[in-house]
Design a protein around this ligand. Structure first.
Ligand SMILES: NC(=O)C1=CN([C@@H]2O[C@H](COP(=O)(O)OP(=O)(O)OC[C@H]3O[C@@H](n4cnc5c(N)ncnc54)[C@H](OP(=O)(O)O)[C@@H]3O)[C@@H](O)[C@H]2O)C=CC1
Ligand SMILES: O=C(O)[C@@H]1CCC=N1
Length: 308
């Protein structure tokens, strides 16, 4: 990149994009046949999410594969079709095959499933793995790269996606139907999906750490653990809703909590002394860089993007 700076976020990628109300009366989408290669943490959250949100008719519309039998047993008990064969997933899933294995396994999976003649859209949620790599290993196939988060289980995910070269407008509708139903979904330049990964893909973990630390602070100050945990989680939920619903800058919302000479500003000062904001920025940056490394972006290019 000539400027040596990260590209600006495209206008269509407003961070305040509302969760889309996807019309599930749409016959096409309610009858989607979807397959998952890899049935771990993220796949099971997505599968349960799209069934709950009626993106597919029912569990029987989903087939999934894994090499880890306990994951398949859990999926089978929920009513999903399960198999140990990734090829079978591609034979059965007529509309979408979602690759949900770890990034270092994606290439092997692609080489396996490319043997199957199919017209299904391929969606990869693997961190870092670039569209050009997917297209190279799956020649002639329509591929999409998406970065969701575990919030899809409760229809509160935040996803970014980038469409591959051969995708059609109908493919985009399918991506929006799936990921828009389980949260927000916005198209974004592919290079920025690494930043999406560092922020919202990995972000739930940072927020859980913060909630745990808030609760620890409450316990240190005498609250019972269960009370402290409920107060901490509800406080984070309420503050997030305030940002989303008012559109007000978080700094301004923070100012409204701080009475002059009061309790909050004393706490804010303690957080500043602990490097809270710098540590949070560093967390997102570290995870973004890691996503780039997983996608084989050369270290010198990463350093260039960060102007280092
Ligand atoms: N967890 C998250 O919050 C998010 C994850 N992602 C992405 O989703 C992908 C999956 O992550 P996650 O669900 O956490 O990982 P998991 O390890 O929970 O799930 C991956 C599953 O795939 C199995 N697997 C390994 N090799 C194969 C294979 N050849 N064929 C079929 N299945 C195989 C794994 O088995 P085994 O464990 O035995 O190897 C495992 O059960 C990753 O690429 C990650 O970057 C994206 C957004 C958020
Ligand atoms: O930790 C990871 O690599 C994955 C990608 C985003 C969230 N979890």
């Amino acid at each position: 990149m000539a400027s040596g700076r990260l590209p600006a976020i495209p206008v269509e990628a407003s961070p305040l994009t509302e969760k889309r109300e996807v019309s599930m009366g749409n016959e096409h989408h309610t009858s989607l046949s979807v397959g998952f290669v890899g049935c771990g943490m993220m796949a099971s959250a997505l599968m349960d999410g799209i069934v709950r949100e009626k993106v597919v008719k029912d569990q029987a519309s989903i087939v999934c594969s894994d090499i880890f039998q306990p994951s398949l047993d859990i999926a089978k008990n929920k009513g999903y079709h399960v198999t140990t064969s990734n090829e079978e997933v591609c034979n059965k899933a007529k509309d979408v095959v979602l690759i949900a294995v770890k990034p270092n396994v994606v290439e092997d999976v692609c080489l396996e499933i490319r043997k199957v003649k199919s017209n299904a859209l391929i969606i990869s949620i693997a961190a870092g793995v670039q569209i050009k790599a997917l297209e190279k290993h799956l020649p002639g196939r329509r591929v999409v790269r998406v970065m969701p988060n575990t919030g899809c289980l409760i229809a509160e995910s935040a996803s970014g996606y980038a469409m591959g070269e051969l995708c059609t407008s109908e493919d985009k509708e399918i991506v929006e139907a799936i990921f828009g139903a389980v949260g927000t979904a916005q198209e974004i330049k592919e290079i920025l999906l690494n930043a999406v990964t560092g922020l919202s893909g990995s972000g739930p973990a940072y927020v859980y750490q913060f909630i745990e630390a808030l609760a620890d602070g409450g316990v240190r100050s005498g609250l019972p653990r269960d009370v402290a945990m409920q107060l901490a989680a509800q406080t984070v939920k309420g503050a997030a809703e305030m940002v989303l619903q008012t559109g007000e800058h978080p700094g301004s919302l923070k100012d409204k909590v701080c009475s002059p000479g009061g309790t909050t500003i004393a706490g804010v000062q303690a957080l500043e002394n602990g490097g809270f904001r710098a540590a949070t920025i560093a967390a997102v940056t570290a995870a973004t860089r890691r996503s780039m490394q997983l996608g084989d972006i050369p270290e010198q290019d990463i350093r260039h993007l960060y102007n280092l």
